[in-house]
Write a protein that binds this ligand. Structure first.
Ligand SMILES: C[S@@+](CC[C@H](N)C(=O)[O-])C[C@H]1O[C@@H](n2cnc3c(N)ncnc32)[C@H](O)[C@@H]1O
Length: 305
């Protein structure tokens, strides 16, 4: 169906040019990072595991809490972390944070950002929170993790942190609590991905469905201002899916993005589809066609981060 296809042409800080030649990551790339299994008795659903945290129902029906927490999904998160590091040339953040002493990473996932930050800033105390205890045990001494539902009042005092970093979807609650827990003059930085896959050159075939636009990025500025944040900066980055860009850095970013999307695809889709009573077979057909389209170098898709 072609109804409602996004037309692309988004403004961003990184326009992308298509590479017409061959590339280092072929269309059949499927390798990934694997992480240690957890011993926690998680909820199981369609062969995947999900957080069993006591407050998790407070997140329903928001899809953010409905991502699996198993090794496959963790692999996808770590690939995406690597993609962002490549894009940002090794930098872990953009905010003008100086000499951070107390840092919070909300929705820390595998904890990869928090561990990296703690290793680089050894005088800082870094805390990561998440609904799932999937973080490693062996971490720098200045890094720790806590189970916490970021949709509820956070378990931290007022004016505690110099820097709050985060990656969850329920931003309205997030901003209020972040403002309360930040020291005056502290910084918040977060990143989120648009759910709209598009292209700038109409290379998406008309029979490809690319999804609905539910795009939290649009409202974030107003929500941040509403709780009191100032000096806001918003960056819109085009993140290519696949190694179709001409620029070498964007080609590498696109390669990682393809790997991360392939690895995370089922985890992001399965819960929502199962709520619509889709059978496993129907889901697998859609996942398979989506993978095929993502690997096709003639289709120059990206989405905004
Ligand atoms: C997209 S992942 C990002 C993980 C990590 N920040 C990264 O960049 O690799 C989102 C994470 O937020 C966590 N999360 C979602 N809703 C949450 C909530 N209400 N409270 C705490 N963590 C939450 C999920 O468990 C998941 O690990």
């Amino acid at each position: 169906m072609s109804q409602g296809l996004p037309t692309g042409g988004y403004e961003s800080i990184n326009p992308i040019t298509v590479d017409d030649g061959d590339s280092f990551l072929g269309s059949d790339t499927t390798s990934t990072t694997s992480l240690s299994p957890s011993v926690i008795n998680y909820r199981e659903h369609h062969g995947r595991t999900y957080s069993n945290y006591k407050d998790v129902e407070d997140c329903a029906p928001k899809p953010s809490s409905r991502q699996p927490n198993d090794e496959k999904q963790q692999g996808s998160l770590d690939i995406m972390h690597q993609m962002m590091l490549i894009y940002d040339k090794g930098n872990l953040f953009q905010a003008p944070v100086e000499n951070p002493q107390c840092v919070l990473d909300v929705g820390t996932g595998t904890g990869i950002w928090a561990v990296d930050f703690a290793s680089r800033f050894q005088s800082a105390s870094v805390t990561g929170t998440d609904l799932s205890p999937i973080q490693p045990e062996w971490v720098p001494p200045n890094c720790s993790f806590e189970l916490d539902n970021a949709n509820l009042k956070w378990n931290f005092p007022d004016n505690e942190f110099d820097f709050v970093h985060g990656s969850i979807t329920d931003w309205k609650e997030f901003y209020g609590e972040a403002y309360r827990c930040l020291k005056p003059g502290g910084w918040i930085e977060h990143i989120d991905a648009s759910a709209t896959v598009t292209s700038d050159d109409s290379s998406i075939p008309p029979d490809c469905k690319t999804g609905k636009t539910f795009n939290p990025i649009i409202s974030n500025k107003a929500w941040m201002e509403a709780v009191g944040f100032t000096e806001l900066q918003i960056q819109k980055r085009k993140m290519p899916i696949g190694n179709w860009p001409k620029d070498e850095l964007m080609k590498e970013v696109g390669g990682y993005n393809l790997l991360g999307c392939e690895e995370g695809l089922e985890g992001y889709g399965q819960w929502i589809m199962s709520q619509q009573s889709w059978t496993d077979e129907k889901m697998q057909v859609v996942f398979s066609k989506t993978r095929e389209a993502m690997r096709d170098r003639k289709i120059h898709t990206y989405y905004l981060w």
